[in-house]
Write a protein that binds this ligand. Structure first.
Ligand code: NAD
Length: 511
């Protein structure tokens, strides 16, 4: 590149930087009212935040598991003590009903407790067998914290979702720099401040929160963190992975989904309909592992459809105390949902409940679409709204084929009295609930994450702790075996003769 080009590049980068907004407002998605205003972290502020977290990493990483557990549980108690105020804030900034906010908080608390209480068991040094040829060694694996983990969150479950990275990274001995979504900035700051307030004796920098739009997240990816834990859309996940490749920064990507539910001929129809109705529309359908597609056996199609329709006829969007779910949190998603409904109807589908008229921004009432062509965006792309497509299948083989025919593979569910587990094992997904929806997301010991376009890596459970560590293998030679110096120029011909006798005995007798 010529000097002129590089100077021009620097100048345009500076111009872009100076054109960036410096403040970000949290808005109430139901009313548009400004809840709070936050300064945006520019590249320098992001680097300073990472430096602060880096300075605290040695202290936090050097604490005992018991000390870190105490700090994490104090954080939980702080959140519980301020739960009413917190749920009011979640309702105001995210739009979900206060009870849903409380449930989300409860799930996050379960995970903080699990990570805090299980980190030692999962991560403590483990002795492993050195094998016959290295029997004079003691071998062990020690899981080291990575250092500083950058956590970039979405807005749909602004407490529970990033918590799967925050709590587990902290429990594993890392400090964190958290960039909440621009649509849930006040909530993200509440979470971070609760940790800081609950632990005044810790050095500054164990939990740092930075605010901003995508540019701030992109700056965090480039700021020298030891891992990026991202939850959000697949499109952004791909950009983050490409940017992280520049520095070989490892990434954990929790991305979108197009989750299928299979309703077998022997399903409890009422239970399956209840689960589909709830899983498709709760949180306005803005759930990464929510129900988006249903494949129902032809023998029970009519009673199943009638039951789903009956339940959803009594479910309404709103912001009052009686509302089943709230407004769409992100205004731009409303057009995507409308487009998917129109695409479904243009592709052979019929709306048995609602339709394009169900979209009255910022709310969308439940929409049930049947017999939509599988190539329609409504079936192949993530809709992220309170809509569901239901298709009749001849048998379980067809249901499994259609469920698996997706670029995504996050969650899934199966309703069957006798064959649930068998069907679950055939699904290409990170998780499956049998005779329930989303059960896997509420069990802290189960890892959560997807395959394909749904992401890379796992949060929650033991794999969720291991994600935020790096294994350090240690081989200690306890004594030398005379004449068996294998890793030395002192190795003798008689050692090699002996090995030529031993190796066939160890590895050459398999039939
Ligand atoms: P998004 O990708 O638009 O944004 C997510 C975060 O990334 C935000 O904080 C945003 O500011 C940041 N960001 C945007 N561009 C960036 C860039 N170039 N570099 C770094 N950071 C950047 O996603 P969203 O709309 O906030 O969230 C909805 C999506 O999240 C849905 O697809 C949903 O399925 C998914 N999601 C997945 C899970 C999961 O666990 N798999 C959980 C919740 C949500």
């Amino acid at each position: 590149m010529s000097t002129t080009e590089s100077t021009a590049g620097t100048a345009s980068a500076q111009a872009a930087e100076s054109a960036r907004p410096t403040e970000l407002s949290s808005l109430n998605p139901a009313t548009g009212e400004v809840i709070a205003t936050h300064p945006i972290a520019d590249d320098d502020a992001v680097r300073a935040a990472v430096a602060k977290a880096r300075a605290a990493a040695a202290t936090w990483g050097g604490l005992s598991f018991a000390d870190r557990k105490r700090a994490l549980l104090r954080w939980s108690s702080r959140l519980v003590a301020r739960a009413d105020e917190f749920c009011d804030l979640i309702h105001a900034e995210n739009g979900k009903p206060r009870d849903d906010a409380y449930l989300e908080l409860m799930l996050a608390l379960e995970h903080i407790a699990w990570a805090a209480k299980n980190a030692e068991k999962v991560l403590k040094p483990k002795k492993v067998s050195p094998g016959a040829l290295m029997s004079n060694f003691a071998a062990s694996i020690e899981q080291r914290p990575l250092g500083v983990v950058g956590v970039i969150g979405p807005w749909n479950y602004p407490v529970y979702t990033p918590n799967g990275s925050l709590a587990y990274a902290l429990a594993a001995g890392n400090t964190v720099v958290f960039k909440p979504s621009e649509y849930s900035t006040a909530i993200g700051n509440f979470v971070g401040q609760a940790f800081v307030d609950a632990n005044p004796d810790l050095p500054e920098g164990v939990f740092v929160t930075i605010n901003g739009f995508g540019a701030t997240g992109a700056a965090l990816v480039r700021a020298g963190v030891d891992k990026i834990a991202f939850t959000g859309s697949t499109a952004t996940g791909k950009k983050i992975m490409a940017a992280a490749a520049e520095t070989l920064t490892p990434v954990l990507l929790e991305c979108g989904g197009k989750d299928a539910v299979i309703v077998a001929a022997d399903a409890d129809i009422a239970a399956a309909a209840d689960a589909v109705a709830y899983g498709a529309t709760m949180n306005s359908g803005q759930t990464c592992a929510g129900v988006e597609r249903v494949y129902v056996d032809k023998s029970i199609r009519e009673p199943f459809l009638a039951e789903v329709k009956k339940i959803l006829s009594n479910v309404h969007a709103g912001s009052d105390d009686k509302a089943s779910y709230g407004p769409m949190t992100m205004p731009s998603q409303i057009d995507i949902v409308r487009r998917h409904i129109e695409s479904a109807l243009a592709n052979g589908g019929t709306a048995v409940l609602g339709g394009p008229e169900s979209v009255h921004a910022p709310y969308i009432e439940p929409v049930v679409l049947v017999d939509v062509d599988e190539s329609s965006d409504a079936v192949s792309e993530e809709t992220f709204g309170p809509t569901v497509t239901i298709r009749t299948v001849e048998n379980i083989d067809e249901a499994v084929d259609l469920a698996n025919n997706s670029k995504y593979g996050l969650g899934s569910a199966v309703y069957s009295r006798k064959h649930g587990l068998e069907i679950a094992r055939r699904l290409r997904a990170g998780a499956t609930s049998v005779n329930s929806v989303l059960g896997f997301a509420a069990i802290a010991s189960l890892p959560f994450g997807g395959v394909g376009d749904s992401g890379i890596g796992r949060i929650h459970g033991a794999p969720g702790l291991l994600e935020f560590t790096s294994p350090h293998s240690i081989a200690v030679q306890r004594f030398t075996i005379p004449g068996m110096a294998l890793l030395s120029y002192k190795r003798t011909d008689s050692t090699m003769k002996l090995l030529r006798k031993v190796v066939p005995l160890l590895h050459g007798r398999n039939k």
